[in-house]
Design a protein around this ligand. Structure first.
Ligand code: FES
Ligand SMILES: [Fe+2]
Length: 324
């Protein structure tokens, strides 16, 4: 089975790379949004994302391209392009070709750097950003630990993996949760959030999750989505931990999912043990979801029952990210 999904790539802000993994003058080839891209950092420190292929004769700027000041030089004949996608130099031409004079010569993507990551705005027709990347204070604070990150490439689409959050019945069957989490979903434009108080498996002093089904704690889980590509979760029990989830389309059949955790540095070592166990549980749950996601099909008209979560509402919300 190859093409299981016939949906377009949604528009939105998508995480591209961890800021720490792109030093000034670094150049990286990437494939996201079903497109070949080049990511580089200029000498002054600005992160830039352009379509990969040079308009001269088609070389890939990410394979051998070099940063010269604020520009990237093509590896084939050294034409240079700036962060706006303008051609700034053709080293051996007496006159710049009219096709590139004073206009954009190569596709570029709006970029912001926030929450320790580099983000690109994708819209299939190049429309300007419709909202901003949400900034998370915890990920900009010296009082919280450096991000602890996990990542997966999954043969699925964002709409499907995101549906997990509102598919309350699967938590019991797939993840062994003691009860179906029940929270009120609020939807406001590109945002969606749920505040959920639920029973969680107890965690002992060594940080082991008690799966016996006899001991539970009350926990609060706040889950936010900001467009299709950014989620943020705050867990509070007797410890704190936050998680930023990012999902980036590789193409119209595959996604790159990253989970980044942070917790207060000041927490007692016991609380840190609990928080680590909770993090491990979240990561374990993704492992349980993946075989379902990679083998299921998307049903436009599922057969739902009265105990299912707000799946239809979720789908209607997600629809806004499919640009016509
Ligand atoms: S192909 Fe890029 S400069 Fe010639
Ligand atoms: Fe799940």
């Amino acid at each position: 089975m190859n093409n299981r999904y016939n949906k377009p790539i949604p528009c939105g802000w998508f995480a591209i790379e961890y800021s720490k993994d792109l030093a000034p003058k670094d150049v990286k080839p990437l494939t996201y949004f079903g497109r070949d891209l080049v990511l580089f950092r200029t000498e002054s420190g600005e992160a830039v994302i352009l379509d990969a292929h040079c308009p001269h004769l088609g070389a890939h700027l990410g394979h051998g391209g070099e940063v010269h000041g604020e520009n990237i030089a093509c590896p084939f004949h050294a034409w240079e392009f700036d962060g706006r996608g303008f051609c700034t130099k053709v080293p051996y031409a007496k006159n710049m070709p009219p096709k590139v004079v004073d206009k954009q010569a190569i596709g570029r993507y709006p970029v912001v750097e926030v929450n320790q990551m580099i983000w690109a705005w994708y819209h299939p027709e190049g429309a300007a950003p419709m909202w901003e990347v949400e900034r998370h204070a915890e990920l900009h604070s010296d009082e919280w630990t450096p991000m602890d990150t996990y990542d997966w490439q999954i043969n699925s689409i964002i709409q499907e993996t995101g549906e997990n959050a509102v598919d309350i019945a699967h938590f019991v069957t797939v993840h062994g949760s003691p009860e179906m989490p029940d929270g009120k979903v609020t939807i406001e434009g590109y945002r969606r959030w749920t505040i959920m108080d639920s029973q969680q498996h107890a965690i002992d002093e060594q940080g082991n999750v008690d799966l016996s089904g006899e001991n539970y704690d009350q926990g609060r889980l706040e889950t936010y989505s900001f467009g299709p590509g950014q989620t943020f979760q705050k867990f509070s029990r007797m410890f704190d931990i936050v998680m930023m989830g990012t999902i980036t389309p590789i193409d119209d059949q595959n996604i790159h999912m990253r989970f980044s955790f942070s917790m207060p540095k000041q927490q007692t070592s016991e609380h840190t043990l609990y928080a680590n166990a909770f993090r491990d549980e979240i990561v374990r749950q993704v492992g349980q979801d993946i075989p379902i996601w990679e083998n299921k099909v998307y049903l436009e008209e599922p057969t739902l029952c009265d105990g299912d979560g707000p799946i239809a509402r979720y789908r209607k919300w997600f629809d806004q990210f499919y640009a016509a």
